[in-house]
Ligand binder design. Structure first.
Ligand code: NAG
Ligand code: NAG
Ligand code: NAG
Ligand code: NAG
Ligand code: NAG
Ligand code: NAG
Ligand code: NAG
Ligand code: NAG
Ligand code: NAG
Ligand code: NAG
Ligand code: NAG
Ligand code: NAG
Ligand code: CU
Length: 570
């Protein structure tokens, strides 16, 4: 069964009353139907069923133009409750359709349906959607393509064709059972069995050699590859044998073109890449494998696809493999990442907050809970339960969604005292960190005034098992103004900031034992989840919620009313 796009309606007129000013805006409306169901895939060397949307893995692509709206009816025919998140879509004033389980809604139960209203604003490029309940996003995800407005063009020559490329993790088991078991035991979940490119593991696994995705290209032509990392727990290096390429966008915003022979992409990120088929016509492997710097168990396999020039008479017997940086090569990871700068052109301007009015420093740690403090078994390190925290608070997911509780002033669901400084200053990136293993468990949110100019510094700590953390914020993109190894210093670090052309992204890798500073204007009221996009860290509590209060205008700067039929908790 293919994509069930129910039609797109042109020229719907939306009328907005903004602070007494009557504006009319035209945007296009797109309707999609997502049917969640268990599906068998023999191409993954197994007949174990997995949860998919419309029987597809990866799921269907949503295609819109900048500023459009999509109504997506999600009908759950699976075994468990599920929610869907539109990753990187800001959803102005509409946290109701954002999706994280028990943060903005309760799950859509089996047999039920819910229609999400996905509101696009300034995003342009590639984003993605994925399930946001337990680990179902492993199989329930797909690309979002956001074309320029009608009559506008790309800030680069029009490519001959476009292709979406989705990198993902594949587990030879039911992912809900896998994470439920790991959480019950208190230890590391099993790593994935394979990575996939567009749903296929490729040549280097024990599947048949037919289990590979092929990208046909015509010699001399330039392609726009829209790359999504739906990977669960590893950052990835990716390259194509014999070919360099140019990265032109990240996370739905244009960047200054980066010519390169490889990239590093974290879970949650998206990148738009121009690839010219300018090499001797043949077959070439595209390959991806982890950039991984911690002692935790991980999937150390390599997924491949074949870049296949058309009109090659005989398939080569020896297809060349790209040289990828080795798994611990953080120099190569940093060399690539440090080149990412906003395009910041006249047509694509940026606006970096210069005067910070809300300064927040957040430590990011992998912790341990002593056996007697946690519910369940103690199969983690030292006979403890493994945990994770932001500012020493390990997030405890509530059973009533926080958005509902905030909107209706329901008591006892969350506390509003997430600290804007670490509760204890120690040498965060230093060696003496086993003293600081114990977190506090709680459901604490950070309150932010509407319109504040916010700076958040994420400080990676050496507590527990340090590694690179891809931090993701819902409802916003943010400017990455600075990053370095070691401890952030309030005097010396800001002097290194880039306030000229920092990239605007929704997910940023905070270096192992290092810090990253981000800035944004809190102009989108709502309840917005912020968490590490390594799925096991998020499950262990490396999460919090930002509540951005309403502004003074009911229409223009306040949370809109809840939709009908929103799944209610309990
Ligand atoms: C998937 O495969 C299993 C095992 O072969 C089989 O029992 C099940 O009916 C199949 N499910 C579907 C939806 O085809
Ligand atoms: C390879 O085979 C092993 C054992 O038969 C299995 O557990 C694993 O999932 C397979 N890998 C893939 C990618 O199919
Ligand atoms: C979708 O859910 C609504 C109630 O929320 C219900 O009225 C409608 O019948 C459902 N549609 C389908 C196809 O199940
Ligand atoms: C798979 O391998 C077999 C045996 O080596 C070969 O005959 C066949 O052409 C291969 N298929 C592909 C698509 O590479
Ligand atoms: C790719 O770029 C590198 C420099 O980064 C250069 O040495 C190499 O020759 C280029 N390869 C191709 C195929 O253009
Ligand atoms: C991961 O695999 C690479 C080769 O593909 C190897 O060099 C490296 O040692 C492996 N790392 C671990 C931790 O097994
Ligand atoms: C295949 O190519 C690799 C280098 O790309 C080379 O080392 C190897 O000898 C080649 N094998 C054959 C059978 O040509
Ligand atoms: C990283 O970049 C620096 C400076 O450009 C260069 O000296 C170094 O060799 C690069 N490292 C890697 C691993 O590419
Ligand atoms: C930033 O604050 C300074 C001092 O409070 C003020 O002089 C300046 O105008 C402000 N700049 C902006 C862009 O608001
Ligand atoms: C969400 O809340 C429901 C009850 O409303 C609860 O059953 C479920 O376990 C909660 N989910 C998480 C991840 O805590
Ligand atoms: C974290 O919280 C726990 C429990 O309140 C406390 O014992 C510990 O000292 C705190 N650690 C840090 C680094 O703040
Ligand atoms: C920050 O850097 C300044 C200047 O090097 C130094 O005097 C100060 O002690 C540092 N602060 C911390 C907390 O390390
Ligand atoms: Cu993390």
């Amino acid at each position: 069964m293919g994509l069930r796009k129910m039609g797109s309606m042109l020229g719907l007129l939306g009328i907005f009353l903004l602070d007494g000013l009557l504006l009319s805006m035209a945007y296009n409306v797109h309707r999609y139907s997502f049917i969640l169901k268990e599906t068998n895939f023999t191409r993954l060397c197994t007949t174990k069923p997995m949860l998919t949307v419309n029987g597809q893995f990866p799921g269907p692509t949503i295609t819109v133009r900048k500023g459009d709206r999509a109504f997506v009816n999600v009908h759950n025919n699976g075994k468990y409750g599920v929610t869907i998140h539109w990753h990187g879509v800001k959803q102005p004033q509409n946290p109701w359709s954002d999706g994280p389980e028990n943060i903005t809604q309760c799950p859509i139960q089996p047999g039920k349906n819910f229609t999400y209203e996905v509101i696009f604003s300034d995003e342009e490029g590639t984003l993605w959607w994925h399930a946001h309940s337990d680990w179902s996003r492993a199989t329930v995800h797909g690309p979002i393509v956001i074309l320029p407005e009608r009559g506008k063009s790309y800030p680069f020559p029009k490519p001959y064709a476009e292709k979406t490329i989705v990198l993902a993790s594949w587990f030879n088991t039911d992912v809900k059972e896998l994470i439920d078991d790991a959480m019950a035991i208190g230890g590391d979940p099993d790593p994935s069995d394979a990575f996939t490119i567009n749903g296929w593991p490729g040549a280097l696994y024990n599947c048949s050699n037919e289990t590979i995705s092929r990208l046909p290209v015509v010699f001399g032509m330039t392609y726009l590859l829209r790359l999504v990392s739906a990977v669960m727990n590893e950052e990835m290096f990716i390259a194509i044998a014999g070919h360099n390429f140019t990265v032109v966008a990240q996370d739905g915003a244009y960047i200054k073109p980066i010519p390169t022979s490889y990239i590093m992409i974290t879970p949650g990120q998206t990148m738009d890449i121009l690839l010219t088929a300018n090499q001797p016509p043949s077959y070439y492997y595209m390959a991806a494998r982890p950039f991984f710097e911690s002692g935790a168990p991980f999937d150390n396999t390599t997924t491949t696809a074949i870049l296949q020039y058309t009109n090659v008479i005989a398939a080569p017997t020896n297809i060349s493999m790209p040289t990828l940086p080795i798994q611990t090569d953080h120099d190569s990871a940093d060399n690539f990442t440090s080149k990412i700068k906003a395009l910041a052109s006249r047509d694509h301007p940026i606006s970096v907050p210069k005067n910070v009015t809300k300064q927040v420093l957040i430590t990011v740690s992998v912790n341990q809970l002593p056996c007697e403090l946690g519910a369940g078994l103690c199969g983690g390190p030292n006979g403890n339960r493994i945990s994770a925290s932001l500012n020493n608070i390990s997030f405890d997911t509530p059973t009533t969604d926080i958005l509902q509780a905030y909107y209706r002033s329901l008591p006892n669901v969350f506390d509003s005292d997430f600290p804007d400084q670490p509760p204890l200053f120690f040498n965060f990136s230093g060696v003496n960190s086993s003293t600081y293993l114990l977190p506090e468990v709680g459901t604490k949110v950070l309150l932010i005034e509407y319109g504040a100019s916010v700076e958040i510094v994420f400080q990676g700590t050496n507590v527990g098992n340090p590694e690179n953390h891809p931090m993701h914020l819902h409802g916003y993109s943010f400017y990455v103004v600075g990053s370095a190894y070691g401890n952030w210093n309030e005097t010396t670090s800001p002097a290194t900031y880039n306030l000229i052309d920092p990239p605007a992204v929704n997910t940023v890798g905070v270096p192992k034992n290092g810090w990253t500073a981000i800035r944004f204007v809190a102009d989108n009221p709502g309840v917005w989840f912020m968490h590490c996009h390594l799925e096991r860290h998020a499950s262990w509590g490396m999460d919090t919620v930002l509540i951005v209060k309403n502004g003074s205008s009911k229409r223009g700067t306040s949370i809109r009313r809840p939709p009908r039929n929103l799944p209610i908790c309990g």
